[in-house]
Structure formats: C-alpha cells, structure tokens
Design a protein around this ligand. Sequence first.
Ligand code: IVH
Length: 689
Amino acid sequence: MPKAEDAAARIARLRADIAQCDRAYYQLDAPLIPDAEYDALYRELQALEAAHPDLRAPDSPTQRVGAAPLPAFEPVRHRVPMLSIQTETDTSPKGAEAFDHRVRARLGLDAVDPPVVYQAELKFDGLAVSLRYEYGVLTQAATRGDGETGEDVTQNVRTIRGLPLRLLAEQPPAVLEVRGEVLMKRADFERYNARQRAKGQPTLVNPRNGAAGSIRQLDPTVAAQRPLSFYAYGWGEVEGWEDRPTTQHGMLDAFAAFGFPVAAQRVHGPGAQTLMAFHARIARERDELPFDIDGVVYKVDRLALQRDLGFRNREPVWAVAHKYPAQERSTQVLGIDIQVGRTGKLTPVAKLEPVFVGGVTVTNATLHNEDEVRRKDVRIGDRVVVRRAGDVIPEVVAVVPDGRATRADPFDLHARLGGVCPVCGSAIHREPGEVDWRCTGGLYCPAQRKQAVLHFASRRAMDIEGLGEQRVDQLVDGGLVRVLPDIFSLDAARLAALDRMGGKSAAKLVAAIDASRATTLARLIYALGIRHVGEATARDLARHFGSLDALMEAPVGALEAVPDVGPVVAESIRLFFEQTHNREVLAQLRAADVHWREQASVPGQGGTGVLEGRVFVLTGTLPHLGRDDVKARIEAAGGRVTGSVSKKTDFVVAGAEPGSKLARAMELGVTVLDEAALMELLGSVGSQQ
Ligand code: IVH
C-alpha cells in the first residue's frame, strides 16, 4: 500500500483520469480506453479510498452512487428563480420575426437601428434541473418545482455519468449554479426498454417520462441504472467569477470548457434571419439528433441587454420558445399485416388510412411485436395516433378512444397466421421469454434466403469468396439461387451473363464454390444458420455427434447433453431438423458433393484438446501468424479466445506493439506467451492427441 502522500497523488490522478474517460465516453461517444481498463482504474481508486478513508471526497467518481434511499425529497429554495419561457404561437419560421419585433419594440429600436444579436439553441425535452457548484465541486442538484422551490435530487443527479462532479477549472467560481435539462437519449431509451422487455420487466413510456421519472426516484440505485444525460443552457446564482462571460454564447462556451455537455447545435448572429435559418436547419436535422427536442429557443445574446429587457408575467422578454408543427397525427387502422424480416422475425405492421405526418405521407406504421399490440390494444378499425420520428419507421403510439360499441377482436398473431409463416408456410415459433414470433422456415423461406445465403458463404462458414451482399442480392432476385444447394449448380456461363460480372470473375466464383465443397462438419452445421447455433456450438455439436445423421435424429434430451446447449438451443436445433424443407436442403447439399469427414462421436465432451477450457487473449502482432490463424489453432486445440484480460484468463499471447492488455496481464499475473511459446504449447497438444 502506498504511503499517504503517494496515495493522495495517485487518487487525484485516478479521479482526473476517470473523469476524462467519462467525458469522452458519455459526452463525445468516443471511449478513450477499453471497458476492462476503465474498470481496473475504477477498482484501484475504490481500493485506495477504502484504505485511506480520510482521502474520500464527494467529487470522486466512486461517489456517484452509493447513497441510501430517501424517505422524501427535501425542498430547495432557488435563490434565482427558475422561470419558464413564453412559446411563440406561429410554428412557421416566421415566428422568429414576431419575437424580433417584440424585442426591438421593448428596446425602443427603429428600423434604421442595427440588428439585435441573438443566440439560438435547442429546446430540450426533459426535466429542468439546477446544479450548484461551490468552489468547483457539485454540492446540490434541484428540480425546478414551482420555480421558487424545487426538490433536492442531488443523489440521483450525481449518477449521471456525463456530468462533472468537479469543474475543469484552475480557479472555479465560488458559486456557480448551472441550469439545464436532464434527458434520455433515444438510443439509450430503446436499449433500456429492450433490456427490460427481455427481462419481462416494465418499460418506460417515452424518453421524457424516463428522464423525469428517474430523477424523481427516492432510491438512487434506480436512477443509476437509467441511462440519463444532461445538457447545460443557462445559469442561476453566480459568485466570485471575475471575468465571467458577457454573452449567452460565451456562457455556453464557458460551460463546455468546465466539462459540461452543451449541445453542438447552437448559433449566434444578427437579427431574425439567424433565427429563421436555425429553425429551418433544426427542422431538417431534428430526426438525426440523438434526443427528442421540443422545438428551439431564441435568446438575446448580450447578457446586459437581457437584464435591460427583464421579465413580464414571470417570463423573460429576452427569450422565446419556438416549436415545430406536430409530428403526431391520428388516423384509422385499415388492417394489420405481418412482415417477415431477414432473420425470420415476424413484425406486425399497421396499414393506415394515409396521413401526412412531419412532412411525409404515412401508410404503414410498425407495431413492434405482439406484446406491444396487446399492450396498446390496437385493433383493426381503431383510430390511432401515429408518430414519425426521423428516418425511424413511423409507429403507432396509442389508440384514440372513440366510444364505438363494437371493435374487432384483440390481435392474436398466431391465430391470424394459422400458425404458419405468411411467406413460406413453415411453422412459427415464439420462445419463452422472447417477444418475437419467428418463422422456422430458415433456409427455405424466401424472406430469409438472402441472409441465409450470405451467412452460408461467409468466411467462417463455407468460406466462398466472392459471394458478397450485392452478388447475393443479384442471385436471389434473379431466381438463380432459391435454396442453398442452388449455389452449387451455378455455372460460369450463367454467372457471366449477370450485370457487373465478367468471364474472369465468373470463373473465379465457380472455382471458389467448387473449393468450398470440401468442408468440415462443424463448418457445415454453423453454415446452416440454425438460430442460437454459433461457431462454438456448431463445433461442440460436431464433436459430440460425430455425424450429421446422428445430429439430425437427436432428440432434445440428447442435444442438451452437449456442453453449453440448454433447453432453448436444443429446441431450436430440433425444430430446424424437423422441417422437411431443411432435410431436403441437406440431402441436396450432399447430392451436390458437399462433403466432410465424419468423426467418431465424443459424447458428453465439447472437445478433447489439452487446451480444453483454457482462456486466451491475443494482443499485438505476431511475427508469422495472423490473428485468425492463431485463434483457429487455439480453438482447434479446445481453447477459447476472448477479448479482454480478466482473472479468468489463462494465457495472453503478445506480439509486437501489444496494447494495454499486456499491462493488465502483468498486473493480474497471467502467463504471457510469445509466438514461439504458443507454438510449443500447441505442439505439445498435437503430440498428445
Ligand atoms: S432557458 C428564464 N434554454 O424550457 C428562462 N430553457 O419554459 C430560462 N428548456 O423548463 C430557460 N431547453 O427546462 C432555456 N435551451 C434552453 C432550454 C430550456 C429546454 C426548458 C426549461 C424550462 C422550459 C422553459
């Protein structure tokens, strides 16, 4: 353990490094170091703080979570009230002119006077909070409340990882209250909900409720699990900041320099022109923003002018919110179709009476999955609210109750389809704990064929060079490949007739297809694209059963005897081989001379190598062997290659210019091998087999 003064220096270093990593990760979306390294820094800091309790501090990244649940939120009186802003009623870009007129009139400016300089910003759609920093350290966070008194939500706000617990400043102001909005980015919201659905737990209604609800949780561990973000847009009380900015844009630049997230979408410039251009630009960009917005905000840029203009009816005269025409409209559900995705996923889609939403005519809207349809209780004939958010497929938000006496029957996907895929007629299946129904047609289903062909031909499967996405599209669309075995009857003459395919590349492709006929059982099993059967499982199945026939006939019980094959995987394999079409495909592949060496089966064992169960991590460049080659050799000997070094790692194979994984290995005392040592190890395996 280091001496106290060394520990203090190390702790300070770790805190600064972790804060920098958090900023890069949460604000810039550009991680500086791998997760495992971040975790190591974090754990080191935790350990040092545990050993030196006197060096603990509220601005340490370890102190973001950890507080106990509260009985209730304490009230916080805002020393500078948190007021709301007026909304411009005209949603067209011209609304900006009305604001400019009002400002000029209040300032007593004539037409001949120079334009007022404005700042235009996004209007974030979340929950307003005020963050109090004293001498650079976050001391309190409060909600807006009624503007005069809010609630102390410090514990929850501290869990927002993109937020500085300490300002990045040599001489921070004595007091600085930073005001801004807590929100949930759309991708974080979707990810969170997908995880919740997978766990069968309640989902959030929308990002806005997600943010507001999370901040108002009494138990900070709940907020800590919600992926929240913060964006700064103004200040409250400020003390002891000598050369403080004199403009709104200068204020936001200063916030960014202190380490706060500030939206990049902001401009300042003269007159209503600047504002209208911003309004129009954000109308175009809003769908691509990472979060929902509620419009834009215009502010007089010079803070001295803001003071002159002051407030009217508790609203600033110097600022206005300017919204956009609604992106939600109501319409009628004419029918519910079911689409088959590339992986066999069945998605219910509402067919709508055409409606103009957010600039486009919408006729289809996704209903996501059966549970969502049931939750929203959408039925044919209902009036529904449709939302279009960006290039995202329009979605049905909710049913508008219209008091009709009779409605269609509740939606039942299985009954609607009579239990079979609408494209190929194969059985449909929904696994326990999953939300999606899927077509089990696999290779046979045209909707899944392209994806299946691509996977089949991929390097780790049948390894057919030259069968890329465009080529596969061409072959499937042109009817040349209907089922996988068709690949093996392609000839150079027919291929050469395709667009963008000369005689030479046709001959090359035919040669690649030819070469792929000699394969291994493991590759073939993997190439079939059975759900849940990845490369490792395919290898285990090949070793366990030894022959394709044995695998095809295996009942669920026998499948579950294979290491790492549980009930879900076993059921998926059984369903696959139960489909007559899939059996036919395999017979045709054999007839097309696709062959492999059947092995003696090794029941109950995933592998036989001496490296069985050993975990390897690769780093740096080896003198002779490529990464894939090394990986294949280790796996052939029964070992496993993973991405990051942990206590479970047995060996790190290091070459030239190794990454931080080598340092981590040394730290954990993991055995490090160079290429020669690895070959020796593999050689010894070979001689024992
Ligand atoms: S400035 C005194 N700027 O809008 C005016 N507010 O009605 C201070 N909001 O609840 C507000 N984005 O949370 C300002 N760029 C922005 C904003 C913004 C969102 C919210 C704010 C408040 C409401 C004002």
